[in-house]
Design a protein around this ligand. Structure first.
Ligand SMILES: [Cu+2]
Length: 167
């Protein structure tokens, strides 16, 4: 009899644990992921909103161009949010940047938001994590003349707003 009650308690505890696990994603509304479709062409992005709430996004990336394209997104720290005020200024800044580490060192408080790559005619998907402030989106892949695509127009900013409770 005693062993049966132990089994019953274990089963009850396991059931509680399972219900806690299955309830967790529903109660954590801030962890919801929103879809975001972006198209890359030679040489511009379409579908990159100029303004979005902070949060987690799931990017679908379609390359309708004739060259490979990547979308790199970096949440700018406070300093670079101000100093990189236009695409022209950001393009000049990116000339001195060799790597993601370089970028993060030159822009304190910045963070990697996400990246997706697709070959010509290809598609891919990946997470995008937007933090409040400004996010820089660009494609640094060079064309046949070694000009980075972001200098040809593949550069965008997203103003990321802090929206309590998501949207
Ligand atoms: Cu590109």
């Amino acid at each position: 009899m005693k062993s049966r009650s132990v089994v019953a308690r274990v089963v009850a505890a396991a059931a509680l644990a399972v219900s806690a696990l299955t309830l967790a994603p529903q109660t954590a509304s801030a962890a919801r992921t929103y879809p975001l479709g972006v198209v890359a062409r030679d040489y511009y992005f379409t579908g990159v909103p100029s303004r979005l709430p902070e949060g987690q996004y799931s990017m679908r990336f379609f390359n309708l161009g004739s060259e490979p394209h990547v979308l790199v997104a970096i949440n700018l720290g406070p300093e670079c949010s101000e100093s990189l005020s236009t695409a022209e200024v950001a393009i000049d800044f990116l000339e001195g940047i060799e790597s993601e580490e370089d970028f993060l060192a030159a822009c304190p408080g910045s963070s990697f938001a996400g990246a997706v790559f697709a070959p010509p005619g290809g598609r891919s998907s990946g997470p995008l994590s937007l933090a409040p402030g400004r996010t820089l989106v660009f494609c640094p892949i060079p064309d046949s003349m070694w000009t980075p695509h972001h200098e040809l127009g593949m550069i965008n900013f997203i103003d990321v707003v802090d929206l309590p409770g998501g949207f």
